[in-house]
Design a protein around this ligand. Structure first.
Ligand SMILES: O=C(O)[C@H](O)[C@@H](O)[C@H](O)[C@H](O)COP(=O)(O)O
Length: 266
Protein backbone atom coordinates (compact mmCIF):
# COMPACT_ATOMS: atom_id res chain seq x y z
CA UNK A 1 0.00 0.00 0.00
CA UNK A 2 1.28 3.47 -0.84
CA UNK A 3 1.35 6.48 1.39
CA UNK A 4 1.09 9.48 -0.90
CA UNK A 5 2.66 12.60 0.55
CA UNK A 6 2.45 15.68 -1.64
CA UNK A 7 4.14 18.73 -0.20
CA UNK A 8 6.19 21.46 -1.84
CA UNK A 9 9.85 20.58 -2.25
CA UNK A 10 11.76 22.41 0.48
CA UNK A 11 14.13 24.14 -1.91
CA UNK A 12 11.76 24.63 -4.82
CA UNK A 13 8.26 25.66 -3.93
CA UNK A 14 7.42 26.06 -7.63
CA UNK A 15 8.35 22.57 -8.77
CA UNK A 16 5.89 19.70 -8.41
CA UNK A 17 7.12 17.12 -5.95
CA UNK A 18 5.64 14.08 -4.24
CA UNK A 19 6.67 11.09 -2.21
CA UNK A 20 5.18 7.62 -2.63
CA UNK A 21 6.06 5.15 0.11
CA UNK A 22 5.36 1.44 -0.20
CA UNK A 23 5.57 -1.47 2.23
CA UNK A 24 7.91 -3.53 0.08
CA UNK A 25 10.20 -3.36 -2.95
CA UNK A 26 7.67 -5.53 -4.79
CA UNK A 27 5.02 -2.82 -4.28
CA UNK A 28 7.45 -0.17 -5.56
CA UNK A 29 8.07 -2.30 -8.66
CA UNK A 30 4.33 -2.62 -9.34
CA UNK A 31 3.74 1.12 -9.01
CA UNK A 32 6.84 2.11 -10.98
CA UNK A 33 5.79 -0.04 -13.93
CA UNK A 34 2.32 1.54 -13.95
CA UNK A 35 3.77 5.07 -13.67
CA UNK A 36 6.19 4.46 -16.54
CA UNK A 37 3.57 2.82 -18.78
CA UNK A 38 1.16 5.73 -18.19
CA UNK A 39 3.83 8.28 -19.07
CA UNK A 40 4.70 6.30 -22.18
CA UNK A 41 1.04 6.39 -23.32
CA UNK A 42 0.80 10.12 -22.56
CA UNK A 43 3.90 11.13 -24.49
CA UNK A 44 3.29 8.76 -27.40
CA UNK A 45 -0.18 10.34 -27.78
CA UNK A 46 1.15 13.89 -27.40
CA UNK A 47 4.34 13.76 -29.42
CA UNK A 48 4.64 10.36 -31.09
CA UNK A 49 7.77 9.42 -29.16
CA UNK A 50 8.80 8.63 -25.60
CA UNK A 51 12.28 9.53 -24.39
CA UNK A 52 13.18 7.49 -21.30
CA UNK A 53 16.44 7.82 -19.39
CA UNK A 54 17.76 5.03 -17.16
CA UNK A 55 20.36 4.95 -14.42
CA UNK A 56 22.34 1.87 -13.52
CA UNK A 57 22.20 0.14 -10.17
CA UNK A 58 19.28 -1.63 -8.53
CA UNK A 59 16.77 0.48 -10.48
CA UNK A 60 16.88 -1.98 -13.37
CA UNK A 61 15.71 -4.85 -11.18
CA UNK A 62 12.91 -2.66 -9.81
CA UNK A 63 11.77 -1.97 -13.40
CA UNK A 64 11.29 -5.71 -14.04
CA UNK A 65 7.49 -5.57 -14.16
CA UNK A 66 7.52 -3.40 -17.28
CA UNK A 67 8.64 -6.45 -19.23
CA UNK A 68 5.70 -8.52 -17.95
CA UNK A 69 1.99 -8.58 -18.83
CA UNK A 70 0.05 -6.38 -19.22
CA UNK A 71 2.76 -3.84 -20.09
CA UNK A 72 4.70 -6.13 -22.39
CA UNK A 73 1.70 -6.05 -24.75
CA UNK A 74 0.08 -2.68 -23.99
CA UNK A 75 3.08 -0.32 -24.08
CA UNK A 76 3.93 1.01 -27.55
CA UNK A 77 7.57 0.01 -27.35
CA UNK A 78 8.16 1.03 -30.97
CA UNK A 79 8.01 4.69 -29.87
CA UNK A 80 10.53 4.37 -27.05
CA UNK A 81 13.95 6.03 -27.20
CA UNK A 82 16.23 4.89 -24.37
CA UNK A 83 19.17 6.80 -22.90
CA UNK A 84 21.47 6.51 -19.91
CA UNK A 85 21.80 9.25 -17.31
CA UNK A 86 25.26 7.87 -16.72
CA UNK A 87 27.42 5.13 -18.13
CA UNK A 88 30.68 3.53 -17.19
CA UNK A 89 33.34 3.80 -19.92
CA UNK A 90 33.78 0.07 -20.46
CA UNK A 91 32.92 -2.26 -23.37
CA UNK A 92 29.18 -2.83 -23.77
CA UNK A 93 29.56 -6.51 -22.85
CA UNK A 94 31.54 -5.75 -19.66
CA UNK A 95 30.02 -6.65 -16.29
CA UNK A 96 30.24 -2.97 -15.23
CA UNK A 97 28.31 -1.66 -18.24
CA UNK A 98 24.99 0.02 -17.45
CA UNK A 99 23.92 -0.79 -21.02
CA UNK A 100 24.51 -4.50 -20.36
CA UNK A 101 22.66 -4.30 -17.05
CA UNK A 102 19.61 -2.70 -18.70
CA UNK A 103 19.80 -4.94 -21.77
CA UNK A 104 19.89 -8.13 -19.73
CA UNK A 105 17.26 -6.97 -17.21
CA UNK A 106 14.79 -5.12 -19.44
CA UNK A 107 15.68 -4.12 -22.98
CA UNK A 108 16.23 -7.66 -24.31
CA UNK A 109 12.69 -8.52 -23.18
CA UNK A 110 10.75 -5.70 -24.86
CA UNK A 111 10.51 -4.81 -28.59
CA UNK A 112 12.25 -1.42 -28.69
CA UNK A 113 13.90 -0.90 -32.12
CA UNK A 114 17.67 -1.36 -31.68
CA UNK A 115 18.37 2.01 -33.34
CA UNK A 116 16.40 3.74 -30.59
CA UNK A 117 18.61 2.48 -27.77
CA UNK A 118 21.42 5.00 -27.36
CA UNK A 119 24.41 3.23 -25.82
CA UNK A 120 27.71 5.09 -25.57
CA UNK A 121 30.45 4.60 -28.14
CA UNK A 122 32.66 2.26 -26.11
CA UNK A 123 35.61 2.66 -28.47
CA UNK A 124 36.20 6.24 -27.28
CA UNK A 125 37.88 7.79 -24.25
CA UNK A 126 35.64 9.10 -21.46
CA UNK A 127 35.90 12.63 -22.82
CA UNK A 128 35.29 11.45 -26.39
CA UNK A 129 32.31 9.34 -25.36
CA UNK A 130 30.72 12.27 -23.50
CA UNK A 131 31.17 14.59 -26.51
CA UNK A 132 29.85 11.92 -28.85
CA UNK A 133 26.77 11.32 -26.67
CA UNK A 134 26.03 15.06 -26.55
CA UNK A 135 26.32 15.20 -30.35
CA UNK A 136 23.76 12.38 -30.63
CA UNK A 137 21.39 14.24 -28.30
CA UNK A 138 21.75 17.45 -30.34
CA UNK A 139 20.89 15.50 -33.51
CA UNK A 140 17.80 14.04 -31.84
CA UNK A 141 16.70 17.54 -30.85
CA UNK A 142 17.10 18.64 -34.48
CA UNK A 143 14.95 15.81 -35.79
CA UNK A 144 12.29 16.33 -33.15
CA UNK A 145 12.67 13.06 -31.20
CA UNK A 146 14.02 14.87 -28.16
CA UNK A 147 12.18 17.93 -26.85
CA UNK A 148 13.85 21.14 -25.70
CA UNK A 149 12.92 23.00 -22.55
CA UNK A 150 11.73 26.50 -23.32
CA UNK A 151 12.43 27.32 -19.67
CA UNK A 152 16.10 26.29 -19.62
CA UNK A 153 17.38 25.84 -23.19
CA UNK A 154 18.47 22.30 -22.33
CA UNK A 155 16.92 19.06 -23.63
CA UNK A 156 13.74 17.98 -21.90
CA UNK A 157 13.49 14.21 -21.53
CA UNK A 158 10.01 12.79 -20.98
CA UNK A 159 11.08 10.73 -17.99
CA UNK A 160 14.23 9.95 -16.06
CA UNK A 161 14.08 6.75 -13.98
CA UNK A 162 16.88 7.17 -11.46
CA UNK A 163 18.45 5.49 -8.49
CA UNK A 164 20.44 7.18 -5.74
CA UNK A 165 23.60 5.98 -4.00
CA UNK A 166 23.87 5.75 -0.19
CA UNK A 167 26.00 8.95 -0.32
CA UNK A 168 23.21 10.85 -2.09
CA UNK A 169 24.79 10.74 -5.55
CA UNK A 170 22.63 10.55 -8.61
CA UNK A 171 23.83 9.82 -12.14
CA UNK A 172 27.64 10.14 -11.79
CA UNK A 173 27.30 13.41 -9.87
CA UNK A 174 28.99 12.79 -6.54
CA UNK A 175 28.99 14.83 -3.31
CA UNK A 176 31.78 17.42 -3.33
CA UNK A 177 32.82 16.73 -6.93
CA UNK A 178 33.16 19.83 -9.16
CA UNK A 179 30.98 18.20 -11.85
CA UNK A 180 27.89 18.99 -9.77
CA UNK A 181 28.45 22.64 -10.74
CA UNK A 182 28.66 22.07 -14.50
CA UNK A 183 26.35 24.61 -16.14
CA UNK A 184 27.15 24.43 -19.88
CA UNK A 185 27.63 20.86 -21.02
CA UNK A 186 24.74 18.46 -21.56
CA UNK A 187 26.96 15.41 -21.05
CA UNK A 188 30.22 15.47 -19.10
CA UNK A 189 32.94 12.96 -18.35
CA UNK A 190 34.54 11.97 -15.07
CA UNK A 191 37.77 10.03 -14.61
CA UNK A 192 37.86 9.97 -10.80
CA UNK A 193 34.47 8.57 -9.81
CA UNK A 194 34.58 7.59 -6.12
CA UNK A 195 32.29 4.67 -7.02
CA UNK A 196 34.14 2.25 -9.30
CA UNK A 197 34.76 2.12 -12.16
CA UNK A 198 36.40 5.59 -12.20
CA UNK A 199 35.77 6.53 -15.84
CA UNK A 200 32.20 7.47 -16.69
CA UNK A 201 30.03 9.87 -18.59
CA UNK A 202 27.05 11.58 -17.01
CA UNK A 203 24.20 13.94 -17.78
CA UNK A 204 24.68 17.26 -16.00
CA UNK A 205 22.28 18.96 -13.61
CA UNK A 206 20.93 21.44 -16.20
CA UNK A 207 19.75 18.43 -18.25
CA UNK A 208 18.41 16.43 -15.32
CA UNK A 209 16.57 19.48 -14.01
CA UNK A 210 14.94 20.17 -17.38
CA UNK A 211 13.12 16.80 -17.34
CA UNK A 212 9.35 16.59 -17.63
CA UNK A 213 9.23 13.77 -15.05
CA UNK A 214 11.78 12.23 -12.70
CA UNK A 215 11.20 9.06 -10.66
CA UNK A 216 13.74 8.76 -7.85
CA UNK A 217 13.67 5.12 -6.78
CA UNK A 218 15.12 4.35 -3.35
CA UNK A 219 15.01 0.90 -1.76
CA UNK A 220 16.50 -0.34 1.49
CA UNK A 221 17.96 0.93 4.74
CA UNK A 222 21.27 1.81 3.08
CA UNK A 223 19.58 4.81 1.48
CA UNK A 224 17.81 6.01 4.66
CA UNK A 225 20.39 8.63 5.74
CA UNK A 226 20.52 10.37 2.38
CA UNK A 227 16.74 10.17 2.01
CA UNK A 228 16.30 11.76 5.45
CA UNK A 229 18.61 14.65 4.52
CA UNK A 230 16.97 15.10 1.12
CA UNK A 231 13.46 15.19 2.56
CA UNK A 232 14.32 17.46 5.48
CA UNK A 233 12.93 20.98 5.34
CA UNK A 234 16.08 22.26 7.04
CA UNK A 235 18.44 22.91 4.14
CA UNK A 236 22.15 23.32 4.75
CA UNK A 237 24.74 24.62 2.30
CA UNK A 238 26.28 21.16 1.87
CA UNK A 239 23.57 19.90 -0.46
CA UNK A 240 23.74 16.30 -1.57
CA UNK A 241 23.53 15.81 -5.33
CA UNK A 242 20.01 14.38 -4.93
CA UNK A 243 19.01 17.65 -3.25
CA UNK A 244 20.26 19.55 -6.31
CA UNK A 245 17.76 17.73 -8.49
CA UNK A 246 15.18 20.49 -8.62
CA UNK A 247 13.06 20.41 -11.75
CA UNK A 248 12.45 23.72 -13.49
CA UNK A 249 9.17 22.69 -15.07
CA UNK A 250 8.49 19.08 -14.22
CA UNK A 251 7.22 16.59 -11.68
CA UNK A 252 9.59 14.81 -9.29
CA UNK A 253 8.33 11.65 -7.58
CA UNK A 254 10.09 9.64 -4.89
CA UNK A 255 9.34 5.90 -5.02
CA UNK A 256 10.50 4.52 -1.69
CA UNK A 257 10.08 1.42 0.42
CA UNK A 258 9.59 1.66 4.19
CA UNK A 259 13.25 0.98 4.94
CA UNK A 260 14.44 3.84 2.75
CA UNK A 261 12.22 6.32 4.60
CA UNK A 262 12.84 4.79 8.05
CA UNK A 263 14.77 7.86 9.26
CA UNK A 264 12.31 10.43 7.91
CA UNK A 265 10.17 12.14 10.54
CA UNK A 266 6.69 13.06 9.36
O1 LIG B 1 26.27 3.84 -12.90
C1 LIG B 1 25.92 4.01 -11.76
O2 LIG B 1 26.68 3.82 -10.82
C2 LIG B 1 24.51 4.41 -11.50
O3 LIG B 1 23.85 4.98 -12.53
C3 LIG B 1 24.34 5.15 -10.21
O4 LIG B 1 24.11 6.50 -10.29
C4 LIG B 1 23.25 4.43 -9.45
O5 LIG B 1 21.99 4.74 -9.95
C5 LIG B 1 23.29 4.73 -7.98
O6 LIG B 1 24.60 4.53 -7.51
C6 LIG B 1 22.37 3.84 -7.20
O7 LIG B 1 22.77 2.52 -7.35
P1 LIG B 1 22.16 1.39 -6.44
O8 LIG B 1 20.69 1.45 -6.64
O9 LIG B 1 22.75 0.11 -6.97
O10 LIG B 1 22.57 1.70 -5.05
Amino acid sequence: MATDVAVPAPSAAASKWKRLTFDTEEDVAVSLAKYTAELSAKFVAERGAFTAVLSGGTLIETLRKLAEPPYLETVDWSKWHVFWVDERVVPKDHADSNYKLAYDGLLSKVPIPAGQVYAINDALSAEGAADDYETILRQLVKNGVLAMSAATGFPKFDVMLLGMGPDGHIASLFPGHPLVNEKQKWVAHITDSPKPPPERITFTFPVINSSAYVAMVVIGAGKAGAVQKALSDKKTSDLLPVEMAVLQDGEFTWFADQEAVSMVRN
